[in-house]
Design a protein around this ligand. Structure first.
Ligand SMILES: NC(=O)c1ccc[n+]([C@@H]2O[C@H](COP(=O)([O-])OP(=O)(O)OC[C@H]3O[C@@H](n4cnc5c(N)ncnc54)[C@H](O)[C@@H]3O)[C@@H](O)[C@H]2O)c1
Length: 246
């Protein structure tokens, strides 16, 4: 099940947290992973994958830089001749109540979480269409489904990913390319460790399964959607949230 041997996958924001777990699991299933991160931040992820016997290469990419994204896609094609899987994972928060939210905080979050997904998807579409197949999986959030006070920018970007993916799913379905979304709940990463202990506790109390999620929980969902077994699933949102939102 979920054999990804010989598939070529690009994972953005692969230096840590969910992106790192996704890169590791795709590689464990046999994929050649291009681990994209700013500067040389993906080095640790690549070293860990290679140490476990997997195939990975780093790509130095800020996803808000369209030129860098295009260069990564060109380099991947040059090296492997194909791109089978794109995982739009890179994301940031700049939390603030809307009354106080600066334009810059809005713009940064939309650029990183939403516009970058458009840039990356557009860059891989041509090779995927040529191959007559591909998988695009974007990491949204439960906050994109429910909203959350203090996160209007983040919620808009994550809800935007859902609409974007459904529209694109319809555009490329005839080319055998599936486009899906994974919507994590509260996952134990650096992003949520930045929350205060009290906020953390308040959120955790709302999770029916009684625990925070692990990056590997999210990676498993991404791996499934990226696999041949998920070939009849497109335009869907797979929630990985411990039942927090049903
Ligand atoms: N942790 C959670 O509870 C949770 C819940 C729902 C959704 N998510 C989403 O999952 C994804 C991963 O989050 P995480 O929890 O692992 O957070 P994280 O902060 O640990 O990791 C985010 C990754 O994105 C990278 N990144 C940020 N801006 C970038 C840019 N401009 N270019 C390239 N890389 C960039 C970071 O370097 C990092 O590797 C994000 O999209 C986040 O919104 C997380």
């Amino acid at each position: 099940m979920f054999d990804l041997s010989a598939k070529v996958a690009i994972v953005t924001g692969a230096s840590r947290g969910i992106g790192r777990a996704v890169a590791a699991l795709l590689a464990q299933r046999g994929a050649h992973v291009v681990a994209a991160a700013r500067g040389d931040n993906a080095a640790g992820t690549v070293a860990a994958i290679q140490a476990a016997g997997g195939h990975a290469a780093p790509a130095s990419v800020d996803v808000t830089d369209a030129g860098a994204v295009e260069a990564m896609v060109a380099a991947t094609l040059e090296r492997h001749g194909r791109i089978d899987i794109l995982v739009n994972n890179a994301g940031i928060t700049r939390d603030q109540l809307l009354l106080r939210m600066k334009r810059e905080e809005w713009d940064q979050v939309i650029a990183t979480n939403l516009t970058a997904a458009y840039v990356c998807a557009q860059a891989v579409l041509r090779p995927m269409i040529k191959q007559r197949g591909g998988r695009i999986v974007s990491i949204s959030s439960v906050v994109g489904q429910t909203g959350n006070a203090g996160q209007a920018n983040y919620a808009a970007s994550k809800a935007g990913l859902i609409g974007f993916s459904r529209a694109l799913a319809r555009e490329v379905a005839s080319r055998n390319i599936t486009v899906n979304v994974v919507a994590p709940g509260l996952i134990d990463t650096d992003m949520t460790r930045a929350l205060t202990e009290k906020t953390h506790g308040d959120w955790a109390a709302q999770i029916p399964l009684g625990r925070l999620g692990e990056p590997t929980d999210v990676a498993a969902a991404v791996c499934f959607l990226a696999s041949d077994e998920a070939s009849y699933i497109t335009g869907q949102v797979l929630a990985v949230n411990g039942g927090m939102y049903m």
